[in-house]
Design a protein around this ligand. Structure first.
Ligand SMILES: [Zn+2]
Ligand SMILES: [Zn+2]
Length: 274
Protein backbone atom coordinates (compact mmCIF):
# COMPACT_ATOMS: atom_id res chain seq x y z
CA UNK A 1 0.00 0.00 0.00
CA UNK A 2 0.90 3.61 -0.38
CA UNK A 3 -0.83 6.66 1.02
CA UNK A 4 1.49 9.29 -0.48
CA UNK A 5 0.68 9.83 -4.15
CA UNK A 6 0.68 12.87 -6.45
CA UNK A 7 -1.36 12.99 -9.68
CA UNK A 8 -1.79 15.59 -12.44
CA UNK A 9 -3.98 17.53 -10.00
CA UNK A 10 -0.67 18.77 -8.52
CA UNK A 11 2.86 17.88 -9.66
CA UNK A 12 2.28 14.23 -10.56
CA UNK A 13 2.34 13.07 -14.17
CA UNK A 14 -0.60 10.67 -14.45
CA UNK A 15 -4.32 10.57 -13.83
CA UNK A 16 -5.68 9.00 -10.59
CA UNK A 17 -7.28 6.10 -12.53
CA UNK A 18 -3.82 5.05 -13.85
CA UNK A 19 -2.55 4.80 -10.27
CA UNK A 20 -5.56 2.67 -9.29
CA UNK A 21 -4.94 0.32 -12.20
CA UNK A 22 -1.33 -0.14 -11.10
CA UNK A 23 -2.29 -0.59 -7.42
CA UNK A 24 -4.73 -3.34 -8.44
CA UNK A 25 -1.97 -5.03 -10.46
CA UNK A 26 0.11 -4.97 -7.28
CA UNK A 27 -2.85 -6.58 -5.42
CA UNK A 28 -2.91 -3.80 -2.87
CA UNK A 29 -5.76 -3.37 -0.37
CA UNK A 30 -5.28 0.38 0.02
CA UNK A 31 -4.31 3.38 -2.06
CA UNK A 32 -4.32 6.99 -0.92
CA UNK A 33 -4.07 10.15 -3.01
CA UNK A 34 -2.32 13.07 -1.33
CA UNK A 35 -2.31 16.17 -3.56
CA UNK A 36 -0.10 19.02 -2.35
CA UNK A 37 -2.59 21.32 -0.62
CA UNK A 38 -2.80 24.97 -1.75
CA UNK A 39 -0.38 27.36 -0.07
CA UNK A 40 -1.07 30.96 0.96
CA UNK A 41 1.38 32.12 -1.75
CA UNK A 42 1.92 31.11 -5.39
CA UNK A 43 3.39 27.62 -5.77
CA UNK A 44 3.75 25.71 -9.02
CA UNK A 45 3.63 22.22 -7.49
CA UNK A 46 0.45 22.45 -5.41
CA UNK A 47 -3.17 21.85 -6.45
CA UNK A 48 -5.10 24.96 -7.49
CA UNK A 49 -7.66 26.06 -4.93
CA UNK A 50 -10.33 26.02 -7.67
CA UNK A 51 -9.57 22.33 -8.36
CA UNK A 52 -10.26 21.13 -4.80
CA UNK A 53 -13.94 20.19 -5.41
CA UNK A 54 -13.09 18.38 -8.69
CA UNK A 55 -10.24 16.48 -7.07
CA UNK A 56 -12.23 15.21 -4.12
CA UNK A 57 -15.32 14.35 -6.14
CA UNK A 58 -13.30 12.50 -8.78
CA UNK A 59 -11.39 10.46 -6.17
CA UNK A 60 -14.63 9.68 -4.33
CA UNK A 61 -16.25 8.51 -7.58
CA UNK A 62 -13.24 6.30 -8.33
CA UNK A 63 -13.32 4.96 -4.77
CA UNK A 64 -16.95 3.99 -5.21
CA UNK A 65 -16.28 2.40 -8.60
CA UNK A 66 -13.44 0.21 -7.31
CA UNK A 67 -14.61 -0.40 -3.75
CA UNK A 68 -15.05 -4.17 -4.17
CA UNK A 69 -11.35 -4.54 -5.06
CA UNK A 70 -9.42 -1.77 -3.32
CA UNK A 71 -10.00 0.89 -0.69
CA UNK A 72 -9.23 4.34 -2.12
CA UNK A 73 -8.68 7.45 0.01
CA UNK A 74 -8.85 11.08 -1.01
CA UNK A 75 -6.33 13.03 1.01
CA UNK A 76 -3.70 15.75 0.91
CA UNK A 77 -0.10 16.50 1.82
CA UNK A 78 -0.41 19.67 3.87
CA UNK A 79 2.42 22.07 4.62
CA UNK A 80 3.22 23.26 8.11
CA UNK A 81 4.36 26.88 7.92
CA UNK A 82 6.05 28.26 11.03
CA UNK A 83 3.97 31.31 12.00
CA UNK A 84 0.84 30.16 10.16
CA UNK A 85 0.41 26.53 11.23
CA UNK A 86 -1.55 24.47 8.73
CA UNK A 87 -3.20 27.22 6.65
CA UNK A 88 -4.78 24.75 4.21
CA UNK A 89 -7.00 23.30 6.96
CA UNK A 90 -9.38 26.20 6.24
CA UNK A 91 -10.58 24.29 3.16
CA UNK A 92 -13.57 22.00 3.81
CA UNK A 93 -12.31 19.38 1.31
CA UNK A 94 -9.05 19.09 3.25
CA UNK A 95 -10.60 19.12 6.72
CA UNK A 96 -12.83 16.19 5.77
CA UNK A 97 -9.92 13.83 4.94
CA UNK A 98 -9.57 10.53 6.84
CA UNK A 99 -5.84 11.07 7.08
CA UNK A 100 -3.40 13.83 6.13
CA UNK A 101 0.32 13.82 5.45
CA UNK A 102 1.95 16.77 7.18
CA UNK A 103 5.23 18.05 5.75
CA UNK A 104 7.70 20.89 5.85
CA UNK A 105 8.96 22.24 2.54
CA UNK A 106 9.48 25.85 3.71
CA UNK A 107 11.02 27.76 6.62
CA UNK A 108 10.34 31.43 7.45
CA UNK A 109 12.65 34.08 6.06
CA UNK A 110 14.19 35.73 9.16
CA UNK A 111 15.27 38.74 7.07
CA UNK A 112 11.76 39.64 5.86
CA UNK A 113 9.68 42.27 7.68
CA UNK A 114 6.48 40.33 7.13
CA UNK A 115 5.99 36.54 7.05
CA UNK A 116 7.76 35.20 3.97
CA UNK A 117 8.94 31.66 3.30
CA UNK A 118 12.00 30.03 1.80
CA UNK A 119 11.87 26.64 0.11
CA UNK A 120 14.29 24.11 1.57
CA UNK A 121 13.12 21.17 -0.47
CA UNK A 122 13.72 22.51 -3.98
CA UNK A 123 16.97 22.74 -5.91
CA UNK A 124 20.33 23.16 -4.18
CA UNK A 125 20.50 26.78 -5.43
CA UNK A 126 17.11 27.47 -3.80
CA UNK A 127 18.47 25.91 -0.61
CA UNK A 128 21.57 28.13 -0.77
CA UNK A 129 19.32 31.17 -1.10
CA UNK A 130 17.54 30.06 2.08
CA UNK A 131 20.89 29.51 3.78
CA UNK A 132 21.97 33.02 2.77
CA UNK A 133 18.98 34.46 4.65
CA UNK A 134 20.25 32.53 7.70
CA UNK A 135 23.66 34.25 7.31
CA UNK A 136 25.11 31.03 5.83
CA UNK A 137 24.79 29.52 9.30
CA UNK A 138 23.59 25.94 8.68
CA UNK A 139 22.93 25.30 12.36
CA UNK A 140 20.58 28.30 12.49
CA UNK A 141 18.69 27.05 9.45
CA UNK A 142 18.47 23.50 10.85
CA UNK A 143 17.25 24.94 14.16
CA UNK A 144 14.49 26.76 12.32
CA UNK A 145 13.52 23.49 10.58
CA UNK A 146 13.57 21.61 13.90
CA UNK A 147 11.49 24.31 15.60
CA UNK A 148 8.89 24.05 12.84
CA UNK A 149 8.98 20.24 13.06
CA UNK A 150 8.36 20.37 16.80
CA UNK A 151 5.32 22.60 16.31
CA UNK A 152 4.07 20.49 13.39
CA UNK A 153 4.18 17.32 15.46
CA UNK A 154 2.25 18.85 18.34
CA UNK A 155 -0.40 20.77 16.36
CA UNK A 156 -3.65 18.77 16.08
CA UNK A 157 -5.28 18.27 12.67
CA UNK A 158 -8.46 16.40 13.58
CA UNK A 159 -7.76 13.19 11.64
CA UNK A 160 -5.10 10.48 11.26
CA UNK A 161 -1.77 12.32 11.11
CA UNK A 162 1.16 10.94 9.14
CA UNK A 163 4.41 12.87 9.42
CA UNK A 164 5.87 13.14 5.91
CA UNK A 165 9.62 12.85 5.20
CA UNK A 166 10.62 14.10 8.67
CA UNK A 167 14.33 14.75 7.84
CA UNK A 168 13.89 15.91 4.23
CA UNK A 169 16.07 18.99 4.78
CA UNK A 170 19.10 16.71 4.67
CA UNK A 171 18.59 16.19 0.92
CA UNK A 172 20.18 19.62 0.48
CA UNK A 173 21.79 20.20 3.88
CA UNK A 174 24.00 17.12 3.51
CA UNK A 175 25.59 18.67 0.41
CA UNK A 176 27.14 21.43 2.52
CA UNK A 177 30.55 20.96 4.13
CA UNK A 178 29.23 21.97 7.57
CA UNK A 179 26.63 19.19 7.77
CA UNK A 180 28.92 16.35 8.83
CA UNK A 181 29.74 17.93 12.17
CA UNK A 182 26.09 18.87 12.78
CA UNK A 183 24.57 15.55 11.74
CA UNK A 184 24.57 13.82 15.15
CA UNK A 185 23.27 16.93 16.87
CA UNK A 186 20.50 17.29 14.24
CA UNK A 187 19.30 13.69 14.59
CA UNK A 188 19.47 13.75 18.41
CA UNK A 189 17.28 16.86 18.44
CA UNK A 190 14.89 15.38 15.89
CA UNK A 191 14.60 12.19 17.91
CA UNK A 192 13.80 14.07 21.13
CA UNK A 193 11.13 16.05 19.29
CA UNK A 194 9.53 12.85 17.97
CA UNK A 195 9.72 11.16 21.35
CA UNK A 196 8.19 14.12 23.20
CA UNK A 197 5.12 14.24 20.98
CA UNK A 198 4.32 10.59 20.26
CA UNK A 199 0.76 11.01 21.49
CA UNK A 200 0.13 13.81 19.01
CA UNK A 201 0.67 12.01 15.73
CA UNK A 202 -0.23 8.57 14.39
CA UNK A 203 2.67 7.59 12.14
CA UNK A 204 6.06 8.72 10.99
CA UNK A 205 6.48 7.98 7.32
CA UNK A 206 9.36 6.01 5.84
CA UNK A 207 9.55 7.72 2.45
CA UNK A 208 11.38 5.82 -0.31
CA UNK A 209 11.39 8.56 -2.98
CA UNK A 210 15.08 9.45 -2.66
CA UNK A 211 15.97 5.76 -3.11
CA UNK A 212 14.39 5.34 -6.56
CA UNK A 213 14.59 8.95 -7.71
CA UNK A 214 18.00 10.15 -6.48
CA UNK A 215 19.74 6.79 -6.13
CA UNK A 216 20.36 7.42 -2.41
CA UNK A 217 20.93 4.43 -0.15
CA UNK A 218 18.63 5.63 2.64
CA UNK A 219 14.96 6.54 2.78
CA UNK A 220 13.68 9.54 4.74
CA UNK A 221 14.42 9.27 7.60
CA UNK A 222 17.71 7.40 7.46
CA UNK A 223 17.81 3.75 8.60
CA UNK A 224 19.63 4.40 11.87
CA UNK A 225 16.91 6.84 12.82
CA UNK A 226 14.16 4.39 11.78
CA UNK A 227 15.73 1.79 14.09
CA UNK A 228 15.62 4.24 17.00
CA UNK A 229 11.99 5.14 16.33
CA UNK A 230 11.08 1.46 16.14
CA UNK A 231 12.91 0.65 19.39
CA UNK A 232 10.80 3.33 21.03
CA UNK A 233 7.54 1.93 19.65
CA UNK A 234 6.86 4.88 17.38
CA UNK A 235 4.48 3.69 14.62
CA UNK A 236 5.94 3.76 11.13
CA UNK A 237 4.35 3.58 7.70
CA UNK A 238 6.05 3.06 4.35
CA UNK A 239 5.15 5.38 1.44
CA UNK A 240 6.79 5.97 -1.92
CA UNK A 241 5.67 9.59 -2.55
CA UNK A 242 4.83 8.45 -6.10
CA UNK A 243 4.38 11.03 -8.86
CA UNK A 244 3.69 8.34 -11.51
CA UNK A 245 2.06 4.86 -11.32
CA UNK A 246 5.43 3.23 -12.09
CA UNK A 247 6.70 4.74 -8.81
CA UNK A 248 3.89 3.35 -6.63
CA UNK A 249 6.09 0.67 -5.09
CA UNK A 250 9.33 2.51 -5.94
CA UNK A 251 12.19 1.56 -3.63
CA UNK A 252 10.03 -0.90 -1.64
CA UNK A 253 11.99 -4.04 -2.48
CA UNK A 254 15.29 -2.32 -1.78
CA UNK A 255 13.95 -0.89 1.49
CA UNK A 256 12.65 -4.26 2.68
CA UNK A 257 16.06 -5.82 1.99
CA UNK A 258 17.77 -3.07 3.99
CA UNK A 259 15.30 -3.34 6.85
CA UNK A 260 15.79 -7.11 6.98
CA UNK A 261 19.57 -6.67 7.01
CA UNK A 262 19.22 -4.29 9.95
CA UNK A 263 16.93 -6.71 11.81
CA UNK A 264 13.96 -4.42 11.25
CA UNK A 265 11.68 -6.76 9.34
CA UNK A 266 7.92 -6.16 9.49
CA UNK A 267 8.18 -2.88 11.32
CA UNK A 268 5.32 -1.27 9.49
CA UNK A 269 2.20 -0.98 11.59
CA UNK A 270 -0.32 -0.13 8.96
CA UNK A 271 -3.27 -2.21 9.93
CA UNK A 272 -4.69 1.15 10.64
CA UNK A 273 -7.97 2.74 11.43
CA UNK A 274 -8.63 4.08 7.95
ZN1 LIG B 1 6.68 16.45 0.37
ZN1 LIG C 1 4.79 14.27 -1.54
Amino acid sequence: MNLHTHTTYCDGTAHPSDFILKAKQLSWDFLGFSAHAPLPFPCEWSIKESELPNYTSEIHQLAEMHKSEIKIHSSFEIDFLDGLGFPSLKFEEIKKSTYLITSIHFVPNPKADELKYLEIDGTYSQFLLALKSYDFDLKKLLQSFLGATEQMLSTPIGCVKIIGHIDKIILNASKTSEFLELENWFYDELFQIALNSTSQFDFIEINTRAMYKKGLSNPYPKLEFIAKLHQNNIPLIINSDAHHPSELDGGYRNLHQLLTQCGLKDIEKTKMKL
